[in-house]
Design a protein around this ligand. Structure first.
Ligand SMILES: Cc1ncc(COP(=O)(O)O)c(C=O)c1O
Length: 390
């Protein structure tokens, strides 16, 4: 019996063998329960602000319902070029920008562009599982190099990262600020990784979707700040997290200008351009959204502080301080099966958490809680968790 025997006709083994998301596995079990506090997904618990919704409605009313340029409408690409240039203080030309159906699609497009069967991509883990599985879809090998917890801080050993690369390595994938850990790569480490990728002629894939969700400075260090335009660097960004637009599905890549033609073709054959009225609303999100971004980050900081203080006081919990993003990723003493624990917590307390095993082997024994929720919800979640985790 082959893996496709139960289907009307075969699908590729690489697709059969993809792992189902363990975050979805647990959320499916509690999705329809009214008593659940859902802190398992990485998204704000409030809807997109009105000024962005209004802009989308206006774009629809104005008839922006047709196909657009594959890489996005020129005013949006120009707005994003201006946004990146202002934020990072370096010139990020419009020809480096390609819009995508959020970062997820951007990551998939890039793997389509660079990974042949048998190639590998070295990823810094634990990591949001979708990044790993895009490599597997292409028949490549995602190769994890784990962050380690030292004195309550996540750290990356660069020697181990570089030693994991071989002649079939096509890219190093760095997600900083990181999901699930909140780890932020230092500029010194970024420079060393960039230098390594230049020398080896491999891609440096920088997942920077949490670039603005950092609490001690306006933005996290970006590879875009230190890379030359023609360096082998591709950064992924998204409207999902900072502008509370997870369901709109819009993001962008910043890549070398010489890759423009590649993304022109890949966008044509994957999506034929992102949704048109969403692109128009995104211009307004960037133009008028700075106050919103700053206010929400302040709200997440309060959530982070509340959760950090309460969880750190529970006897069985070890929580490295989350420097950025909106997750508490904590180890629980004596736990070998995080999915089972997440299930027990869901059933006994009604708090929805993501099991650490979803983020790779090194996440086993951990749980992830998204603190992008109101203080009331977070306090109530802490009250419910206390008896089980103390
Ligand atoms: C690290 C990371 N990269 C990419 C994404 C994808 O975000 P989106 O496709 O909504 O832009 C997420 C979403 O959770 C994420 O955590």
């Amino acid at each position: 019996m082959t893996t496709s025997d139960n289907l009307p006709a075969p699908v590729r083994d690489a697709i059969h063998n993809l792992q189902a998301s363990k975050i979805r596995a647990i959320s499916r079990e509690g999705m329809n329960r009214d008593d659940v506090l859902p802190l398992w997904f990485g998204e704000p618990n409030f809807p997109t602000p009105k000024f962005i919704c209004d802009a989308a409605a206006e774009a629809l009313a104005a008839g922006h319902t047709f196909y657009t340029e594959n890489r996005g409408i020129p005013p949006l690409r120009s707005t994003l070029s201006g946004y990146m240039s202002n934020l990072y203080g370096v010139d990020v030309a419009e020809d480096r920008i390609t819009t995508t159906v959020a970062a997820m699609n951007g990551i998939m497009l890039v793997m389509e562009a660079i990974v042949d069967p048998g190639d590998n991509v070295v990823i810094v883990a634990p990591l949001w599982p979708n990044c790993r599985e895009t490599v597997a879809i292409m028949g490549g090998e995602p190769r994890a190099v784990d962050l380690v917890e030292v004195d309550g801080k996540w750290q990356l050993d660069l020697e181990r990262l570089f030693a994991a690369c071989d002649e079939r390595t096509r890219a190093i994938f760095v997600n900083s600020p990181g999901n699930p850990t909140g780890w932020v790569m230092s500029v010194e480490q970024q420079q060393a990784v960039l230098e390594f990728c230049r020398k080896k002629r491999i891609w440096l894939l920088a997942d920077e979707v949490y670039a603005r969700l950092i609490f001690d400075r306006p933005y996290a260090p970006s590879f875009i700040e230190i890379a030359e335009p023609e360096d082998p660097v591709i950064a992924f960004n998204s409207f999902s997290k900072s502008w509370a637009m997870t369901g709109w599905r819009l993001g962008w890549l910043t890549a070398p200008p010489s890759m423009g033609e590649v993304f022109e073709k890949l966008n044509e054959y994957n999506i034929s351009g992102p949704t048109t009225f969403v692109q128009h609303a995104a211009i307004v999100a960037i133009r008028d959204g700075e106050d919103f971004v700053k206010q929400t980050v302040e709200g997440y900081r309060q959530g982070r502080d509340l959760v950090y203080q309460r969880l750190s006081g529970m006897d069985r919990v070890h929580l490295p301080f989350p420097e950025a993003a909106f997750y508490a990723f904590f180890r629980v003493d004596g736990v070998e099966d995080s999915l089972e624990l997440a299930r027990k917590i869901l059933n006994e307390t009604g708090v929805g958490l993501a099991p650490g095993a979803a983020f790779g082997q090194s996440g086993e024994g951990y749980l992830r809680l998204c603190f992008a929720a109101t203080p009331d919800i977070l306090s109530s979640a802490m009250d419910r968790l206390e008896p089980i985790l103390s």
